[in-house]
Ligand binder design. Structure first.
Ligand SMILES: *Cc1c(COP(=O)(O)O)cnc(C)c1O
Length: 390
């Protein structure tokens, strides 16, 4: 019976994952405030939310979303090329292009949809992709969808990337270099300047995924801006789902590239436009960020309070990982913190490489210093010292 084989296939997969401590489950999580989560009737201070500026709770952002819903309705009703292109899209695209100092911008339904759409629009089977081994899963999805031959370079290893470019660049048509700007599970930054130089030298197109950079680095402009100067990154991709507080993805680039996306990117053409409320909220979030660069910088400051308390290297972004190794050890550490009132989810393979399961701490503008200090003490005394003794 087909239905029985289907179900037993699924059950077998689940059992295998369970045995390896790799099965994942949704847990109902109520948002009780900017940095507070409710689970099983308990209030936890969340250190694992990507809402770095807590803008998903900002009163003006909420108001903007409500006003847009009242005016334009709940959903956009169709793909943007049909009737789903409410006027807020254009406003937001212009704002993002300005922020990123690019000629133009296009909004996608999410960051995942953006990368799945952008990469196959730019390269195909005759072309090449060079991608950092720790790049986000959706950059790999886009790579697979494109059918381009691809080469994975060691994380942030410019020597390895150059070797690969030297050996293979001549064997393909166009070449695309893909990397996260801020690595989502490690919190470190790509060497964007060095990448831009290699891209130039080997005639490759550089694309950075700045999901965790926009809003919080470079005065809110993201990881392609270092000390107020823009590095030459022709394809600046990112999301509205993290520091911007809502949902959606974008690409900022020169005019012909964006116009090509409008007419060819399958995830734009064949997917419904984002709801008006989401776009209006992002516009208001950008107002808040641009009006207050110090506020934008605060999550990184909070992260550094934590790293300093623990004697770790300075944080480069609001993300701080503590690699534990095994999945079950990491789950136990996460459960310990939860009993103490902190929500810090265990990150396990395949989200991170095997043997590098970790606690991933994210810091937000509204975290109180005393909570960060208490968390650091707990981590030091109950997790790190215990681990060192084993
Ligand atoms: C979260 C994330 C994405 C996906 O963005 P969504 O808008 O959540 O789909 C893409 N790239 C990176 C690096 C991310 O961290």
């Amino acid at each position: 019976m087909a239905r029985e084989t289907l179900n037993s296939f699924a059950q077998q997969k689940l059992d295998d994952l369970e045995a390896k401590s790799l099965r994942r489950r949704f847990v109902d999580t109520d948002r009780l405030g900017p940095a507070l989560a409710g689970r099983d009737g308990k209030t936890l201070i969340s250190f694992c939310c990507n809402d770095y500026l807590n803008l998903s709770y900002h009163p003006e952002v909420i108001q903007a979303a409500q006003d847009a819903t009242a005016r334009y309705g709940v959903g956009s009703g169709a793909s943007r090329l049909v009737t789903g292109n409410h006027p807020l899209f254009r406003q937001l695209e212009q704002r993002l292009a300005k922020l990123k100092q690019a000629e133009d911008c296009i909004i996608f339904g999410s960051g995942y949809l953006a990368n799945s759409g952008i990469v196959p629009t730019l390269v195909g089977p005759k072309d090449l992709i060079f991608i950092d081994e720790l790049a986000h899963a959706c950059l790999f999805s886009g790579t697979q969808l494109s059918g381009a031959r691809h080469f994975v370079f060691h994380h942030n290893d410019m020597g390895h990337l150059e070797d690969l470019l030297k050996t293979h660049r001549e064997t393909g048509g166009h070449a695309l270099i893909l990397t996260d700007g801020v690595f989502s599970m490690d919190g470190d930054l790509a060497p964007v300047e060095a990448l831009a130089a290699l891209a130039k030298a080997y005639d490759a197109w550089l694309m950075t995924d700045d999901a965790h950079g926009i809003g919080v680095l470079g005065e809110g402009r993201g990881s392609s801006f270092v000390k107020g100067r823009k590095i030459d990154v022709p394809l600046q991709m990112g999301t509205l789902s993290k520091a911007i507080g809502g949902y959606g993805g974008y690409l900022c680039a020169d005019q012909p590239v964006i116009d090509l996306m409008r007419t060819r990117a399958r995830t734009v053409i064949y997917s419904t436009g984002l709801p008006p409320a989401v776009i209006a909220a992002a516009l208001k979030a950008l107002d808040v960020i641009e009006a207050n660069p110090e506020f934008a910088a605060s999550p990184l400051k909070k992260a550094n309070r934590f790293t300093q308390a623990l004697g770790l290297a300075n944080a480069q972004s609001p993300i701080v990982p503590i690699v534990m190794g095994d999945a079950d050890v990491t789950l136990a550490a996460s459960a310990l913190l939860e009993r103490e009132g902190f929500l810090v989810t265990a990150i396990r393979p395949p989200t991170v490489p095997t043997g590098t399961a970790r606690l991933r701490f994210t810091f937000t503008a509204e975290h109180r210093d005393e909570d960060i200090d208490r968390l650091a003490t707990l981590v030091k005394e109950k997790i790190l010292i215990k681990r060192a003794a084993e």
